[in-house]
Ligand binder design. Sequence first.
Ligand SMILES: Nc1ncnc2c1ncn2[C@@H]1O[C@H](COP(=O)(O)OP(=O)(O)OP(=O)(O)O)[C@@H](O)[C@H]1O
Ligand SMILES: [Mg+2]
Length: 217
Amino acid sequence: MTAILTARNLSKTYGATRVLHGLDMSIAAGESVAILGQSGSGKTTLLSLLAGLESPDGGQVFFDGQDLGGIKADALARLRGKSMGIIFQEYHLVPSLTARENVTLPLEIQGDKQPGPKADALLERVGLAARARHYPHQLSGGEQQRVAIARALAADPRLLFADEPTGNLDESTAEEVESLIFSLIAEQGLTALVVTHNQALAARCSRILTLHLGRFG
Ligand SMILES: Nc1ncnc2c1ncn2[C@@H]1O[C@H](COP(=O)(O)OP(=O)(O)OP(=O)(O)O)[C@@H](O)[C@H]1O
Ligand SMILES: [Mg+2]
């Protein structure tokens, strides 16, 4: 199997706190990996390093064999836009754009001149066709996260990251939204790395990794 993403001896320290202790991991095409771990165990830190949003202070991340540490910031941002979809805990939608415009934006950045139909199909799939012209502040938390899911998938990323995508939602909405993400992963055969606290949903992934104080265990 060809690895899409490989981390080698990855370490990260914030001030005097060593958060990640020499992690090694690899994700193959078509694999879905759930990351479990207590609060503070380093899950978000790990995702930020793997997506090239932050730099490790030891070790390397390879995407398609390319060392992210050797790529300049603008090229890295282009690579992320083209190849990675990221779903954050706090949605991070653009407040001045409608739901539909939030989904067409990454497509326009990729040079798609007719991004509408694809955005509409994705909004339909996440159950938000009727809310396409609403702005983020007019949407509930669960609806905003559905828009963020559609946006993350818009550019057909090779790798989807989701960091506790439902941390800010009530229990039943959280379960619905998270279940939607895992259904999309299965139905589209996405390669994905998902941080979750939900063991039942994690079990739907092809592999589970558990972080304990910055180490896999
Ligand atoms: N920018 C930062 N500066 C200083 N310390 C940080 C920073 N980011 C994270 N940390 C510390 O690193 C540790 C791991 O944080 P991280 O956010 O990766 O945990 P997590 O596993 O995602 O937790 P949660 O489940 O609560 O989201 C924590 O002790 C946190 O306080
Ligand atoms: Mg976190």
